[in-house]
Design a protein around this ligand. Structure first.
Ligand code: ADP
Length: 146
């Protein structure tokens, strides 16, 4: 007898510019989705046009940067999420934590899975976006630590 599903859909915010070592939460979200037979929606947020260079895009327009980010996100999911898990993904412009909260509401997800912070930010128990999402989300939030 298999265990009853607890979650119906999972939001997976992904900072695609992070090192693979800090993407443990991607595998965690995929494992939860597999166990619950539920879909995952992965989301990457591009903060603003001025940040494009910082994010190593040589693209000149914001639309180019969005398209490029989406193809990187897709490649990452194809690599890290088992074929049995159904997933969708999107890249949006805006403030990271606000777009995560907005997407969680719009898609009526019941779980958000995030990493605690960037690896080099270990002095902080929790990153600024993770903290704000935990504080304001209406659904459950899982913070995955290394
Ligand atoms: P830090 O302040 O150390 O960068 P964050 O709170 O920003 O920590 O990062 C923790 C988590 O927030 C990441 O694992 C990811 O889930 C989410 N996140 C951060 N930046 C982005 C982004 N640009 N797009 C989507 N999710 C993000």
């Amino acid at each position: 007898m298999s265990a009853p599903a607890i979650f119906k859909s999972v939001l997976l915010p992904v900072d695609i510019w992070e090192t693979p070592a800090s993407l443990k939460h991607v595998s965690t979200a995929a494992g939860i989705a597999l166990a619950n037979a539920c879909p995952v929606h992965a989301l990457t947020v591009l903060p603003d046009a001025a940040a494009i260079e910082h994010y190593r895009f040589s693209a000149v327009t914001f639309d180019d940067a969005l398209a490029r980010a989406e193809s990187e996100l897709r490649a990452l999911l194809e690599r890290m999420v088992p074929a049995a898990v159904s997933w969708t993904c999107g890249v949006v412009r805006g403030d990271v934590y606000k777009e995560i909260l907005r997407t969680a509401q719009d898609r009526a997800v019941d779980l958000i899975v995030m990493a605690a912070h960037r690896p080099r930010m270990t002095d902080f128990l929790i990153g600024s976006n993770a903290e704000k999402v935990v504080r304001h989300a209406k659904c459950s939030v899982l913070i995955v630590r290394e």
